[in-house]
Design a protein around this ligand. Structure first.
Ligand SMILES: [Zn+2]
Length: 108
């Protein structure tokens, strides 16, 4: 599987670009309490995809699908939606995890 990164700048329901945690992050940047490059999210998930029942049969160093998803809340309609995700392949670590997802591509 190729690595893939997608960003969603607007709410899929009302098309607003105003997000709760991004707004809070900007308020923190304005006050100097949040780093300029820091991103805030309502939630997210990061991990690998494999069947735990097969974990003992998966070779260390082989690859498994991995993901990193972040969400935020629309300030206009309250919709919780994915603001970005990255998927790809990660190497299986000795503890049975695959979590070495490369960083998302840099913006031009
Ligand atoms: Zn909305």
């Amino acid at each position: 599987m190729d690595n893939k990164h997608r960003e969603f700048k607007t709410c899929p329901v009302c098309s607003s670009a105003k997000r709760l945690f991004e707004t809070l992050a900007q308020a923190g940047r304005d006050k100097g309490t949040v780093n300029k490059e820091a991103k805030m999210a309502f939630g997210g998930a990061r991990g690998s995809v494999f069947d735990q029942a097969r974990a003992s049969m998966i070779l260390v160093g082989s690859t498994a699908p991995v993901y990193d998803v972040k969400t935020d809340i629309c300030m206009e309609c309250g919709c919780v939606y994915a603001t970005d995700f990255t998927i790809g392949e990660g190497k299986v670590l000795p503890v049975g995890k695959a979590d070495n997802l490369p960083p998302p591509p840099t913006k031009p």
